[in-house]
Ligand binder design. Sequence first.
Ligand code: UD1
Ligand code: MG
Length: 452
Amino acid sequence: MSTALIILAAGKGTRMESDLPKVLHKIAHAPMLWHAMRAGLSLEPARCVVVAGHEAAQVTASAETYLPLAETVLQEEQLGTGHAVAQAAAALDGFEGDAFVLYGDTPFLTEETLQAMKAARSQADVVVLGFEAADPGRYGRLVTDGDALERIVEFKDASEAERAVTLCNSGVVAADSKTLFDLIAEVKNDNAAGEYYLTDIVGLARARGLSARVVRCDESETLGINSRAELAGAEAAFQARARANLMEDGVTLLAPETVFLAWDSFVGRDTVIEPNVVFGPEVTVESGATIRAFSHLEGCHVSRDAVVGPYARLRPGAELAEGVKIGNFVEVKNAQIDTGAKVNHLTYIGDAEIGARSNIGAGTITCNYDGVFKHRTVIGQDAFVGSNTMLVAPVTLGNGAMTASGSVITQDVPEDALALARAPQQVKPGFAAKLFKMLKAKKAKQAKAKGA
Ligand code: UD1
Ligand code: MG
């Protein structure tokens, strides 16, 4: 049976104190909306409708960037979660299958939980995701009879007895799409908040003789974000889980709490990550690599047995083949570095290609930018670039070529050739001693003049 997602993302998020809509604030480098969408994608939905309102254009663009099949509908005024779902009715008119309502600001739902809800749909017309809250606060309360759900009561409207219930509403709901919209059409706003509550559909369903039940999940999955402090808490929760997942998958983290991962970081088994390593988005590291302390990686690929850092920076487009070594204070951007090549010290490699086994000396710079255009540097296999070489791109060094230290290379160097491009050295015997004598005499004279 096919599935449609309805993701509620129209709210302003007043407590974020931000110009950016709440759902576009990032956790581990991805908007929280993307996290919610990714969770929903585990249901392999045929449709994904995002309900946008506040800063809808930005929300739409972001949803489509992540998932081209996403459709956005506009909720012009935020009149409640039920009203928000109603905005998706036209888009899903005629859709046959289940609809799952998720919140754009609830990023941590797991695939297992959504699958459990899907399974529970064979036993009930409406399935609601609930959790036992440590502090039930202002959450909606689930009024149950065993696993059967009778109704959901919003905190504002709840009696003392209902407020004492600790089983709370996460907001996630699953039902046959047509049934959902039929129920939503009946929802009214005669409640304490004057809003159209999605939660009212449970009571309405029961009144029609339909069944409803609760699927429970851990409270950590339903964590919603309303403020910067909660965003920081969500980031910490994400990081803790991501580190634990890596370790479970066979990655060594020497100081897990100092390693920061992105939402899409992939690291192969037996890779070792030393302390204080930061991953930006789109990083893949194969098995058996070592990422040494204080390195920063984003948009790059590190192959088997490569060693990166300490203090290395891999920027987007850095591709390291097997066994490559990138050492301290080396920056690599948009460059392919082939098997076993070494770039060990104080170097910038940008818009370049380095052949297998080549050695790039300390302080080498690919001068890739002329102020307007970027140019490529191509270095063949088994080349040796002497320390402090400036490679003024576009420039090519053939296989086995060598540059002398301190050279400014502006022309191509053929295979097996040595390029020397620096001022010839002059040596003047005794000149240093003479110079020192002169300078010291000058200093003594000045001191005397001051003392007088
Ligand atoms: C909602 C539930 C409550 C539950 C809680 C869990 C209702 C009536 N209440 O309350 O039972 O315990 O979530 O966090 O559903 N949104 C829109 N348009 C609107 C209103 C909301 O798109 O008109 C979106 C928000 O952007 C947000 C989500 O829906 O992503 C939830 O809205 P929110 O106002 O946070 O609902 P709560 O009052 O927290
Ligand atoms: Mg809320």
